[in-house]
Design a protein around this ligand. Structure first.
Ligand code: HEC
Length: 172
């Protein structure tokens, strides 16, 4: 090997070593930039936008069985909506009375006036509006506590009116 070659080799080796050091430095720099800028929690609006972007374009049509599942779901939803209306929304005072009011007003539980005229004369004298109002809002009287709507909040005002009218019409 002549001196020319050995000088070249030394310089070339130094250059290679320099490149290796440089690339290591760049690696560390990249890593530290990544650590500094990485955020773990994605902002919700960004997440929502991403979800929207990658959402499937359409669902699988499951044919007749899919339609039946949808119909069953709709029927179930309707049934649960109906359950929100007490006793299917009946305006038959007897039905409402038998299902609820009776528990107190047939037994006198908690001081509830029984279905006898003597217990109701003074109440009837207040007028129907006051009695209905009291049964809707609930009230505490001399005898006990009448809970709002007899304790069933899904009874409508009209249903309460019907129940009170039925009670007054059916006193012994
Ligand atoms: C938990 C027992 C209870 C239930 C259930 C109940 N009531 Fe009463 N109710 C009472 C009591 C107790 C009173 C009497 C309160 C008093 O005068 O001290 C009363 C009083 C009343 C009065 C008289 C109001 C007035 O102005 O004097 C009406 C009307 C009435 N209830 C209607 C109903 C109707 C309608 C229902 C069913 C939807 C019902 N109640 C269910 C306990 C009950």
């Amino acid at each position: 090997m002549n001196t020319h070659d050995s000088v070249f080799l030394k310089k070339f080796a130094a250059l290679i070593a320099g490149f290796i050091v440089l690339s290591l430095l760049m690696l560390l720099l990249a890593q530290s930039i990544y650590r500094a800028t990485r955020s773990t929690d994605v902002p919700p609006e960004l997440a929502a936008a991403t979800e929207a972007r990658i959402a499937p374009v359409g669902g699988v049509y499951a044919g007749q069985s899919g339609q039946m599942a949808r119909a069953a779901a709709a029927a179930a939803a309707q049934a649960s909506a109906q359950a929100q209306v007490a006793y299917d929304g009946t305006l038959d005072g007897a039905v409402i009375y038998d299902n609820l009011c009776k528990t107190c007003h047939d037994s006198g539980a908690g001081g509830a006036p029984l279905m006898v005229r003597s217990a109701w004369n003074e109440r009837i004298a207040q007028g129907m509006d006051v009695m209905v109002q009291n049964s809707i809002e609930g009230f505490t009287g001399a005898h006990g506590i009448m809970p709002p709507r007899g304790g069933n909040p899904s009874l409508s005002d009209e249903q309460m009116q019907a129940a009170v009218e039925w009670m007054v019409d059916n006193l012994d």
